[in-house]
Design a protein around this ligand. Structure first.
Ligand code: ADP
Length: 640
């Protein structure tokens, strides 16, 4: 770079020295020769000679030339001057001045054009100048880069041949002719054969007489843009297809009004879900404000609108059933609290009156204000729920059969349990008769006999009541139950059986236990079944202490834990397979008892496990029960 500058500087210096020499020679010639100033025209050639070196050199050459011309004129006319000589001198000076000015203007134009040419080189767009026959006259760096042809290769070639495109179509030609310009999209070919999409703008070139002398065009590469656009459209189409073909109903909706209605009325002292659960009117009003923006075919089918167009703008998802209001209340509460997604199972009535169980999942989309764009997905679980109901019915029947068979096993103890108070009743009745039959009846003793008859009768009725409730075939009824009462009731039924086998049956209930949410009969069935299993396992005397303990404690996760622990031989397999249906080690066993216990406990939201007592002999079965019914908030957490 520096070397290049030195070379350029040296050539300018040499040219200026030569110019100065020529000037001096011309001056001497002008002074000595008898051409009366005509020689001074040669000065003009010197000005033109230095013009390419710059403005300053032109001005200097003009000034020096004028000075030398003046000097020659003065020296040549020291002995007097004619009027014509003075005129010639004046003309020479004027010519020098005009030449200097024209050189300066030429210099300025050249500089401007040079800068414009550099701008054309700098631009990333392609700039091509073509003559009327489409022959390329100019080809900038952008064109070189985009089409792969160098300037040397492109200039002089026919543009449409080089870039394999039509030039120009009749339509383009007429637009160019009429408007002097045209812009649009064209497709050309790169040197390597790839097709390039361009946004092109063409200007008609005309000479001063208005004759067309070709086209100047500037084009920008749209290939990437078009490809990205195409990919986006393909991707959109793919997702649209997935959306439409999804086996579940999905629609986009505006829930901003719904969320506002839910949030606006919520009092500060109540959690919003608790408040909404008690305000079905608000939930119904909020959901009525949610309008569908777009939906898929499954949504059209679910809401029976016939077409997507009819679905759009409508509000088919009404909270017009208690289950629907509860489900929507949960979703509204979660979204109002800021959840990104909320899900709930609910029940809706379709326009034709079909009641559908649906799992609704509402997801906040990234666009717009909160709730303004939500994606609602509805999974129709009506059939699944019907199947589940059938299974539940079958397991309830199985559990009932198991209870009845368990009662059969307990029949001897139960008979004894009932027989005892009955015998006592008969004895106290006889005794009462005797007291009455005396000459001086002791009414106080008669009174005591009646009291004992009543208490024994109540005891017998209680036993029968328990047996009847276990034998009854009723749909499970979930309620909040006192754990101590549950354990007492089970103990009453099984105590005699244990005692008969020489086993001590005890219970330990932790103080302050919360009530559990369960079906009374089913939990009793589980407890009695577990104790019965322990009694059966300890039937063979082992010599050691034979004890069964029912223990109830409060777990750290809020659930209540019940354990039946014995001092028998323990599970032969460590308890790994005992919940599998038909697993039994007993000759007359069915292997269904523990399997039914597991179904019962899991259906109530608990868990059950079996293991041997670590280090000590015996087995232990532990199960848990929830303290909250369904989605209800625990009573303790509801603030007044
Ligand atoms: P079944 O009593 O008809 O065999 P269960 O499902 O009630 O069916 O019990 C399955 C098996 O689990 C029993 O056969 C027995 O081997 C084992 N089992 C249950 N409880 C105990 C226990 N307390 N101690 C030892 N083994 C037990």
């Amino acid at each position: 770079m520096i070397g290049k500058r030195i070379v350029v500087g040296a050539s300018i210096g040499l040219a200026l020295t030569i110019a100065t020499g020529i000037e001096l020679a011309i001056c001497a010639f002008d002074t000595l020769a008898p051409f009366e100033g005509a020689v001074s025209l040669l000065y003009l050639a010197v000005i033109l000679l230095v013009a390419p070196f710059g403005r300053r050199y032109v001005l200097a050459a003009g000034a020096v030339t004028a000075a030398l011309a003046t000097q020659s004129f003065v020296m040549g006319h020291l002995d007097g001057m004619a009027g014509s000589a003075l005129l010639g001198y004046g003309v020479s000076l004027a010519a020098i001045a005009i030449t200097t000015l024209l050189s300066l203007r030429d210099r300025f134009i050249r500089t401007t054009l040079g800068e414009q040419a550099r701008i054309l080189e700098l631009t990333h767009d392609t700039v091509i100048i073509r003559d009327p026959d489409d022959v390329i006259l100019y080809w900038n760096d952008g064109a070189q880069e985009l089409y792969g042809w160098t300037r040397e290769e492109a200039v002089g070639r026919v543009c449409s041949d080089l870039l394999m495109c039509e030039f120009p179509s009749a339509e383009v030609r007429s637009t160019l002719h009429a408007d002097g310009q045209w812009s649009g999209e064209i497709i050309r070919t790169h040197r390597d054969g790839t097709r390039i999409v361009l946004a092109s703008r063409w200007l008609a070139r005309r000479d001063p007489t208005g004759r067309a002398i070709g086209v100047i065009e500037s084009s920008a590469d749209l290939t990437e843009l078009r490809r990205a656009d195409l990919e986006r459209r393909v991707s959109e189409q793919r997702y649209r297809t997935m959306f439409d073909l999804a086996g579940f109903a999905a629609w986009e909706s505006d829930w901003s009004t719904a969320l506002r209605i839910a949030a606006d009325g919520s009092p500060a002292h109540l959690p919003i879900d608790v408040w909404l659960a008690g305000r079905p009117d608000i939930v119904e009003r909020a959901i009525a404000g949610a309008v569908v923006r777009d939906g898929n075919q499954a949504a059209v089918d679910l809401f029976e609108t016939g077409t997507v167009e009819k679905l759009i703008g409508s509000n088919p998802c009404r909270a017009n059933l208690p289950e629907a209001r509860a489900g929507f209340a949960r979703i509204l509460a979660a979204l109002t609290r800021g959840a990104h997604m909320a899900e709930s199972e609910t029940r809706i009535v379709t326009p034709s009156g079909r009641v559908a169980d649906i799992v609704l999942r509402v997801t906040q989309l990234p666009e717009g204000e909160r709730g303004s764009h939500v994606l609602v997905m509805a999974f129709d679980v009506t059939e699944r729920n019907e199947a589940r109901a059938r299974i539940e019915q079958a397991s309830a029947e199985l559990a009932h059969a198991a209870r009845v068979s368990m009662l059969g096993l307990l029949s001897a103890s139960i008979a004894h349990e009932v027989n005892q108070p009955l015998t006592a009743i008969v004895n106290f009745a006889k005794s009462g008769q005797r007291w009455l039959g005396r000459a001086d009846p002791d009414l106080g003793e008669v009174q005591r006999c009646f009291e004992r008859i009543t208490s024994n009768g109540t005891r017998a009725a209680d036993v029968i009541g328990r047996v009847r409730s276990l034998a009854r075939k009723e749909a499970p009824q979930v309620e909040l139950l006192d754990v101590a009462e549950l354990a007492d009731d089970a103990m009453e039924l099984i105590q005699r059986e244990a005692r008969g086998a020489g086993i001590t049956l005890t219970q330990t209930i932790e103080g302050g236990l919360p009530r559990v949410c369960a079906d009374r009969v089913q939990v009793q069935q589980v407890l009695v079944n577990l104790v019965m299993n322990s009694i059966q396992a300890m039937r063979e005397p082992t010599g050691g202490e034979r004890a069964i303990q029912i223990r109830a404690t409060h777990q750290s996760d809020g659930m209540v834990q019940l354990a039946v622990r014995d001092s028998g031989p323990g599970f032969t397999d460590g308890g790994a397979h005992v919940f599998e249906p038909f697993f039994t080690t007993k000759v007359d066993g069915m292997g269904m008892g523990l399997s039914i216990c597991r179904s019962i406990i899991e259906a109530q939201g608990g868990q059950i496990s079996a293991s041997n007592n670590g280090g000590e002999p015996g087995a232990q079965v532990i199960f848990t029960l929830p303290v909250v019914c369904g989605d209800r908030i625990p009573e303790s957490e509801i603030k007044p």
